[in-house]
Design a protein around this ligand. Structure first.
Ligand SMILES: [Zn+2]
Length: 117
């Protein structure tokens, strides 16, 4: 089940003042739905963070591979060159499949979560 969180501090426990108003631990008075946020927005952030981390790792790997390829060229290591360029291509593909519409894909996932709930 989804919980409502305080928009201000993310806390999920409130003191109920009356039917339409609650008081959060942080001292925020919450009266409108827009004063809250859904617990899921945290998950969304995590997914987004994972996607960013994945991309950063890929970009790092690509720069590392490029450096290695340069070394292969210097040393005329044809097999190494072939192997590394293949890996580099795979990294580029992985980055491409994740990169062009990351937010769209995330929205899909969030939407999917909503459907389950
Ligand atoms: Zn709060």
């Amino acid at each position: 089940m989804r919980k409502l969180l305080c928009k201000n501090c993310g806390n999920a426990e409130f003191y109920v003042i009356n039917m339409n108003e609650t008081l959060c631990k942080c001292g925020c008075r919450l009266s409108k739905l827009s004063d809250y946020r859904w617990e899921e927005s945290k998950k969304w952030k995590e997914v987004y963070h994972e996607e960013q981390k994945r991309q950063t790792e890929l970009i790092f790997k690509i720069s590392l591979l490029k450096r290695k390829i340069d070394t292969c060229l210097d040393e005329r290591d044809k097999d190494g060159f072939k192997k590394l360029t293949k890996e580099l291509k795979a990294c580029h593909t992985a980055l491409k499949t994740g990169a062009p519409h990351p937010t769209a894909r995330l929205r899909e996932r969030v939407q999917h979560n909503r459907d389950i709930v």
